[in-house]
Design a binder for this molecule. Structure first.
Ligand code: 13P
Length: 248
C-alpha cells in the first residue's frame, strides 16, 4: 500500500486577510500537483477568505488550533463545528508553540483530537523533542509518551485517517533541519508505536509528516524516506518556495 503524500503549510501568526488572499493567488499556479495533498493551515481570521480563495483549486484549508468544547462561554476560542461550517478539513493540534507558550498538555490534546474526529476534521497531531531531550537520548521515549497520551482512547479507524507531524523543536524556525536519517528514525518509531497500540494496517495507513526548517532544497530528500509522508512547513510556506516543495 502506498500512502499519498500530504504537504501542509503552517502559516502561524502571519498574514492579514488581505495578505492571505494575495499569497493564495500568488501560489496558485505554483502549488498545482495532483499527486499530493496540499493544505494551508491558516490563522482563524484568514479561514473564511482563504477557503473562498482556494475554491476550485487542489488546495484544502486547515486551522492551526481549536477548542474541545462544543460551544459556550469560552471567550476567544473556536470550536470544531465552526471550522467545519467554514469549510475547514484539517486542524493542527499540539504544535510545540502551543504546548510551550499556551501550556497545552497531553490531556487537553487528547480531548481535542477526539473532538476533531467527532466533527469530521482530520487532525494533524504534532509531537517533537527539545534539543536537551535529544542530547539526553530520550527522544524516542518522549515521542512515544506524547503519541500514547494524545491518542488514548482514539479508535484505530480514526488513527488510520489522521496525520501525525514529527517536528523536533530544535529544528523549528532555526534553519537547522534534522537530517533525513534522523527524521526517518523518529517517523519510523512513531509508526512502530502505532502498530504496538493498534495493529499493522493502522500503522501502514497513518500519514506521518516531518516538520522543521523544510525548504525547497531539502524537501525531496526528506520526503523520499519510506516513513515520511510529506511535511509540515512553516516559514517556507509563506513564499513562492512552497511551490517547489509541493513539486519536490
Ligand atoms: P519552520 O518550517 O519555519 O521551521 O516551522 C516548522 C513548523 O513549526 C511547522 O509547523
Amino acid at each position: 500500500m502506498s500512502r499519498r503524500k500530504i504537504i501542509a503549510g503552517n502559516w502561524k501568526m502571519n498574514m492579514t486577510p488581505t495578505e492571505a488572499k494575495k499569497l493564495v493567488a500568488e501560489l496558485e499556479p505554483l502549488v498545482k500537483n495532483d499527486s499530493v495533498d496540499v493544505v494551508y493551515c491558516v490563522p482563524a481570521i484568514d479561514i473564511v477568505p482563504v477557503v473562498e480563495a482556494v475554491k476550485g483549486t487542489n488546495v484544502q484549508v486547515g486551522a492551526e488550533n481549536m477548542y474541545f468544547e462544543d460551544k459556550g462561554a469560552y471567550t476567544g476560542e473556536i470550536c470544531a463545528a465552526m471550522l467545519v461550517d467554514a469549510g475547514v478539513k484539517y486542524v493542527i493540534l499540539g504544535h510545540s508553540e502551543r504546548r510551550e507558550y499556551f501550556k497545552e498538555d497531553d490531556a487537553l490534546l487528547n480531548k481535542k483530537v477526539k473532538k476533531a474526529f467527532e466533527a469530521g476534521l482530520t487532525p494533524i497531531l504534532c509531537c517533537g523533542e527539545t534539543l536537551e531531550q535529544r542530547e539526553m537520548g530520550v527522544t524516542l521515549d518522549w515521542i512515544r509518551l506524547q503519541i500514547k497520551s494524545d491518542l488514548d482512547g482514539v479508535p484505530a479507524s480514526d488513527v488510520a485517517k489522521m496525520v501525525i507531524a514529527y517536528e523536533p523543536i530544535w529544528a523549528i524556525g532555526t534553519g537547522k533541519t534534522a537530517t533525513s536519517d534522523q527524521a526517518e528514525e523518529v517517523c519510523g518509531a512513531i509508526r512502530e508505536c502505532i502498530e504496538e497500540i493498534y495493529d499493522a494496517s493502522t500503522a501502514e495507513a497513518v500519514r506521518i509528516q516531518y516538520g522543521g526548517s523544510v525548504n525547497a532544497g531539502n524537501a525531496a530528500e526528506l520526503f523520499g524516506k519510506p516513513d515520511i509522508d510529506g511535511g509540515l512547513v512553516g516559514g517556507a510556506s509563506l513564499k513562492t518556495d512552497f511551490g517547489s516543495i509541493i513539486n519536490y
